[in-house]
Design a protein around this ligand. Structure first.
Ligand code: ATP
Length: 932
């Protein structure tokens, strides 16, 4: 469908509707939309052009080790060892194949994540607003844009209110641009087309509507072919560091091998022998698998986090998660379930309780003072209480949400706080649809956290207008001139009484909102078409109005049980949890107490309000923030200061957020966490991690997995390095003592391949250690390899060196052939690595501690290795490929003895270190919250 592509900004509004055969109010018919979707295809951006499979396969050969192997193959061909040359080449190809498969797997895992965080759009179909996946938006759709939304397609705007859009993804211009709906000259450049909104840009303020003029690849962003925010790379600071480390090591080993070769020649050794020795040294000592291991472990970590509802958007977050020392979390929806029920209403000097839970409009209203009276068992009629009636009515009118029923289950669209008020009014017989018909809305000033209230203007049934206001109690009281008494008559506001009611309800964890009537001065007049003389409701207009408090509505939001458990786990693991909420301090305290939150190191719980935060001198701020657990009535802007102050104290901060204004704090935090369900697209875009269920427990799970990733990486590296070092040492020793080589290059390749694939890889599937959340957070400066682990790697390498060298010579002394003696040496390497694999399952304790059967792959890996090794030793074709030979049972037993010795040595080393390390420091922090 080509409808004047690219020039929609020159058209007047009505022509756009004609061109796209759509309607301003009605939008498209659902059937027509389906037809267009079928014809034009889904609204998805073309994938970022990744390298093709062939190029990626070829790139696998672009590694220093492969060059060494290719050189080795050439050299062995030159000295006529064709079989060796082909084995080496086969290994090269196999290596590349395995690398390719692993990389593809990691990439696929990351790709899958993109699909898990789905973007939705609000469109008008058949005359009503519906939320649909962005992919289903078609040309001609009328799209409704709200603050925080991502623009789903290219739109010609036709109704805008304070609309500002961040188009930096498209134009690079970081300041949001103000939008309007008038037509523009043809030569207006893209960045100045103020009546257009472009796909993937973000609504940073206001709201508006537009007609879709292009989708998918036809959009501006589609034509410049850039997939913003989703282009994932497998690179992180850690993979880069490891990559650099292994390149330096490779070069050093190559230099060493070359020097050895030259020295040997100078000493008059045979050139063929020296060449083989140098190649063996290079091939054996270079830890070729290392960078891949890091990438794969990270990718596995990402996949495990996704399973636990935490989607990583920026890979480096996986590394940082395990070091988290503070989690700053929202209250509503993250700690609590965000299912609000109004339970108490205070209006006209009376307190009413409302029964029933959830959004079903089933329940009754009772006078609290008449709680036990049988006369009121069926509830009361709100008509007897004018203030109550108007308070409930205002709650429904000043409201952007809806209730819906499907198969007897009640759900909501919009804000749970508002939906709760609709349910409460329905219990008193005030149905939203009827009330809205009776009092049609003319204007609105939507709720936002900074403003703290919402206002709507309505036409009254009898003529004239009325405005209703609802919001945070202090905000409404600050504007209030009067309140309604028991008879519905205006009376002076009793601030003390209102605050007392608020505190009483908030102290039992209720969220309290005040509801008021607003008489604007001068009153707006309405003509017969329903148009007011008022262009817009504004804060200035309200300043001159008369505000009458109608009452308070208090609602309960139950805490999430799994979040309570997760908070406990975090505290136990030395991670502080700070609650940051827009809600009232007393409500926040009551909920914090339900979660078992206290001050640092078990001190009394301290609360700071946003106002106190602003008043606090800058130099005292970090100290004050450290002491405080709950921050109430905090504006999103203040979150950024909280993050910065905590970071200044050396904290690694995870911070949650959902709104547009949370984006700077999310970006600044070490781990910005956005809400997948309740969050805006702007917040998701800024975040490192998105929770698909908005639940605090998922943050805790991600931290746990983050610690696991770090743990598994250390295990993997600790396991892998001794193979390289041990073989390198054996070859060096042979050269030094001018003896025959106990192990040949092709055999080294065999050992490396089998230990990496059959043994090492199983560590990536190692489950989390049971005590992972009993430890303190990992200091960000802690290297993967501590001195202790390097010592252990050295120890195992030396055991291998001694074992292999000794048994090799023992065999020769017993009259065995050189092939048999080498086979025994290879067996030593393999068996020691198998025993050492068990040791590496837990770095601090024995593998029994990690659970003997908790990783079934260990058994599979060791059995596979043994079978392969038996084939290596006894299968004639293996013998001719790898220069191996059958050996007797005694030699196996001796090799096994070395393996047992290696296991024993490491076990003893662990035990000594455990005893030496000054308890109760590393690693456990059981019972303490300090952690740093
Ligand atoms: P949290 O920060 O714990 O997640 P929150 O984000 O819901 O809480 P805000 O949305 O900033 O906090 O709400 C702050 C206060 O504004 C609430 O305590 C309530 O009094 C008031 N409020 C919340 N929602 C609305 C609304 N839709 N209309 C009017 N007032 C509201």
């Amino acid at each position: 469908m080509n409808r004047g592509s690219g020039n929609h900004h020159v058209l007047p509004e009505h022509e756009v509707f004609l061109l796209f055969e759509t309607d301003r109010e009605h939008g498209l018919d659902a059937d027509e939309a389906r037809r267009r979707l079928h014809q034009i295809g889904p609204n998805v951006l073309p994938r970022l052009s990744r390298r093709g499979p062939l190029v990626r396969l070829l790139l696998q050969f672009h590694h220093p080790l492969i060059y060494v192997l290719l050189a080795a193959a050439a050299a062995t061909t030159a000295i006529g060892e064709l079989v060796d040359a082909s084995v080496i080449l086969a290994v090269v190809v196999l290596n590349a194949g395995i690398g390719y498969l692993q990389e593809s797997r990691a990439e696929r895992a990351l790709d899958a994540l993109v699909a898990m965080v789905q973007t939705e759009a609000t469109v008008v179909r058949n005359g009503s607003k519906v939320r649909i996946p962005s992919e289903e938006v078609v040309p001609g759709d009328v799209v409704v844009l709200e603050t925080g939304d991502k623009v789903p397609a290219d739109l010609r705007l036709f109704a805008v209110q304070e609309l500002q859009i961040d188009e930096s993804a498209l134009t690079g211009e970081s300041v949001p641009v103000a939008k309007q709906s008038l037509k523009l000259p043809a030569d207006t450049v893209l960045g100045d087309r103020a009546n257009m909104a472009y796909s993937t840009s973000l609504v940073s303020r206001g709201h508006g509507r537009g007609v879709v003029v292009a989708t998918g690849a036809d959009t501006e962003i589609g034509t410049i072919h850039r997939l913003v925010g989703e282009a994932k790379t497998l690179q992180t600071p850690l993979t880069r560091k490891i990559g650099r480390f292994s390149r330096i090591l490779t070069v050093a080993i190559l230099v060493l091998a070359a020097l050895t070769f030259l020295l040997g020649l100078a000493r008059g050794e045979d050139a063929g022998y020296m060449l083989t020795a140098a190649v063996a040294l290079a091939v054996g000592a270079i830890p070729e698998g290392l960078p891949a291991v890091v990438t794969i472990t990270l990718a596995i970590g990402v996949a495990r986090m996704a399973k636990r509802q935490a989607i990583i958007r920026k890979l480096p977050a996986v590394e940082t998660l395990g070091s988290t020392t503070v989690i700053g979390t929202d209250k509503t929806g993250t700690l609590t379930s965000n299912e609000m029920t109004v339970t108490t209403v205070v209006a006209g000097d009376e307190t009413f309780t409302i029964t029933g839970t959830g959004y079903a409009p089933e329940g009754t209203i009772r006078l609290e003072s008449a709680h036990t009276s049988a006369a009121h068992a069926d509830g009361l009629s709100p008509d007897r209480f004018p203030a109550l009636r108007e308070c409930l009515l205002a709650g429904v009118l000043c409201n952007d949400s809806h209730l819906s029923e499907h198969d007897g289950r009640w759900g909501i669209t919009g804000d749970p706080t508002e939906a709760a008020m609709i349910t409460a009014a329905a219990k008193a017989g005030l149905r939203q649809a009827e009330v809205n018909d009776e009092y049609p809305r003319l204007e609105s000033l939507p709720f936002d956290s900074d403003r703290g209230y919402m206002v709507t203007l309505h036409r009254k049934p009898g003529g004239g207008t009325v405005a209703y206001l609802k919001g945070a109690v202090e905000r409404v009281l600050a504007m209030a001139n009067q309140e309604l008494d028991a008879d519905g008559q205006p009376a002076p506001v009793d601030h003390g009484a209102v605050h007392a009611h608020t505190d009483r309800m908030a102290s039992v964890a209720l969220r309290v909102l005040a509801v008021a009537r607003v008489d604007l001065a001068p009153p707006p007049s309405v003509d017969h078409t329903g148009v007011t003389t008022l262009t817009e409701l504004s804060d200035e207009l309200l300043a001159g109005a008369k505000v009458t408090v109608l009452g308070l509505q208090a609602m309960y939001d139950p805490p999430r049980q799994d979040a309570i458990d997760a908070v406990g786990t975090c505290l136990h693991a030395g991670i502080e949890v700070k609650m940051i909420t827009g809600d009232h301090a007393v409500t926040a305290r009551a909920i914090a107490e339900q979660f078992g939150l206290s001050g640092p190191a078990g001190q009394a719980l301290e609360i700071m309000t946003g106002r106190e935060l602003s008043a606090c001198p800058v130099d005292e701020l970090p100290e004050a923030i450290e002491r405080t657990t709950v921050f109430a009535r905090v504006s999103p802007e203040q979150k950024l200061r909280l993050v910065e102050s905590m970071q200044a104290r050396g904290h690694v901060v995870a911070m949650t957020g959902d709104g547009v204004n949370d984006a700077p704090a999310l970006r600044r935090a070490d781990i910005g966490v956005a809400m997948g369900v309740g969050g805006t697209e702007v917040a998701k875009e800024a975040a490192d991690m998105v929770l698909t269920n908005d639940d605090f427990a998922s943050i805790e799970a991600a931290v746990e997995e983050g610690r696991g990733v770090f743990d598994n990486l250390r295990k993997f590296i600790t396991f892998t390095l001794p193979t390289s070092m041990g073989q390198g040492l054996v070859v060096l020793a042979a050269i030094l003592f001018a003896t025959q080589l106990p192990i040949l290059p092709v055999q080294i390749l065999w050992v490396n391949m089998i230990t990496a694939v059959a043994l090492g890889l199983v560590l990536a599937f190692e489950p989390l250690e049971k005590d992972i959340m009993d430890r303190a957070p990992i200091p960000p400066s802690r290297p993967l390899l501590t001195a202790a682990l390097m010592g252990r790697i050295g120890l195992v390498s030396i055991v291998m060196l001694i074992g292999a060298f000794w048994l090799f010579h023992l065999e020769l002394d017993r009259g065995a052939s050189i092939e048999e003696a080498r086979t025994v040496a290879v067996n030593v390497f393999m068996l020691v690595q198998a025993a050492y694999l068990l040791s590496c399952r837990s770095l601090e304790r024995s593998f029994v501690h990690a659970g003997v059967f908790s990783n079934p792959w260990v058994g599979v890996g060791i059995s596979a290795m043994l079978l392969l090794q038996i084939a290596f030793t006894y299968a004639p074709w293996m013998n001719s490929l790898f220069h191996s030979a059958p050996v007797d049972a005694g030699s196996w037993l001796r090799a096994l003895g070395v393996a047992v010795a290696a296991y024993g040595v490491v076990g003893a080393e662990k035990a000594i270190r455990r005893r030496l390390s000054s308890r109760p420091g590393y690693p456990a922090v059981k019972g303490s919250h300090a952690g740093h």
